[in-house]
Design a protein around this ligand. Structure first.
Ligand code: NDP
Length: 357
């Protein structure tokens, strides 16, 4: 396989359980990663980072480096530079970002582009500067053009206008991909960008002001089922109607977050940037449902018996978003947790952690 920068110049050898040896790219030094490689996981307390941490620990990785946001603000270059100089990680997984749903992206466009650009520039640049040869960068499916043909192939990047509602965030993510690709081309690093589809699962954000669609639905149906006060504090009867944004017709793909984490560890062990066209790879299920179908599934699993109202004055976002996951499938990875089971697990987790909400 070739990518836009030329033929493959390295290869990966090894298995999930064993040692991985990364053979040299042209003129480069031999890199190796093993279960005791010093891995810095940025964003380990987030939905994605938390799942990756569990997957790495389960996979036997024993030399993991983490910092909370309070301990290390990744938007601050000096802090990041000092951290890399002191800790000297050998491999980096960048899962820290400012993340939110349509509402948060719409209301805070500047924060979404500024903070994400700063985090990416600081972490990717300081990683390279301190000699890190290998990095996995978490992007997002929203990098693809709004009207791109479906399913979304990696090669559709930058072929058309982006979705308006999250353009600042998407542009920051595209800049992150370009940082990785530029370093790979100019300095022979192995910085791979992963584009996950919409994710959900335990530790998701259930705050209605900032959450993604699935956790918002779980919370709304659960609170309406119990007749808890509505969003404006109004009193409600049990099984009160639930109002959801948009028309319900957009189609979305959802991946259980532990599957994403499994894919991250799989790619860490079985792929690298030069093997993949454009140095990026989609991670998803390749299957989608309408928002209406998703709402009915959540309603059923939560046990809400009231009506669903669709507020069509609110934006729908991209009409359809489903990933072409053939590159990942060819490498030998596929998801394991189907949607119904994943939503059930997520709702169970939500019930167990209600007091934190
Ligand atoms: P979360 O908001 O759950 O987690 C983000 C993490 O980043 C948190 O631990 C947060 O810490 C940390 N963080 C944010 N800003 C800073 C900062 N300035 N300094 C240090 N740490 C910071 O997001 P997700 O886990 O959902 O997303 C992680 C990655 O996965 C992102 O790159 C996102 O684009 C990608 N992704 C997510 C999808 C999803 O559906 N969730 C879909 C596709 C991609 P704190 O909470 O303390 O601020």
């Amino acid at each position: 396989m070739k990518n836009e920068w030329g033929p493959i110049r390295g290869r990966v050898c090894g298995t999930r359980a064993g040692r991985i040896a990364l053979f040299p790219r042209e003129g480069g030094a031999i890199q190796s990663a093993s279960k005791d490689t010093r891995i810095y996981l940025a964003g380990h307390r987030g939905l994605v980072g938390g799942a990756i941490l569990r997957a790495l620990e389960d996979g036997g990785y024993s030399n993991l480096l983490t910092r909370t946001h309070a301990e290390l603000d990744l938007t601050e270059q000096q802090q990041v530079r000092e951290f890399f100089a002191e800790e000297r990680p050998e491999l980096v997984i960048l899962a820290a970002a400012k993340v939110g749903g349509i509402l948060a992206n719409w209301e805070k466009p500047y924060e979404f582009i500024q903070e994400n650009l700063a985090i990416e520039l600081n972490v990717i640049h300081e990683a390279w500067r301190s000699g890190v040869k290998r990095l996995l960068f978490l992007g997002s499916s929203c990098i693809y053009p709004r009207e791109a043909p479906q399913p979304l192939k990696e090669e559709y990047l930058l072929t058309g206008p982006l979705e308006e509602t999250n353009r600042p965030y998407a542009l920051a993510k595209i800049a992150g991909i370009e940082l990785c690709r530029s370093l790979n081309r100019e300095y022979g690093t192995d910085y791979l960008a992963l584009m996950p589809t919409n994710l959900y699962g335990p530790w998701d954000n259930f705050d209605l002001k900032t959450s993604h669609v699935l956790p918002a639905m779980i919370r709304k149906f659960h609170e309406a089922k119990l007749g808890l006060p509505g969003e404006a504090g109004e009193p409600r009867e049990p099984h009160a109607p639930v109002t959801l944004w948009g028309t319900g017709t957009p189609r979305r793909e959802l991946l259980y977050v532990d599957d994403l984490a499994d894919a991250v560890v799989f790619l860490l062990e079985n792929a690298h940037a030069a093997d993949l066209p454009l140095g990026l790879i989609n991670v998803g299920t390749g299957e989608d449902v309408t928002i209406r179908e998703l709402a009915e599934l959540v309603q059923h699993l939560v046990g809400h018996e009231g009506e669903i109202h669709w507020d069509e004055s609110k934006p729908d976002g991209t009409p359809r978003k489903v990933m072409d996951v053939s590159a990942l499938a060819q490498l030998g990875w596929s998801p394991k947790v189907e949607l119904r089971k994943g939503v059930k697990r997520t709702y169970r987790w939500y019930l167990q952690h209600l007091e934190d909400k």
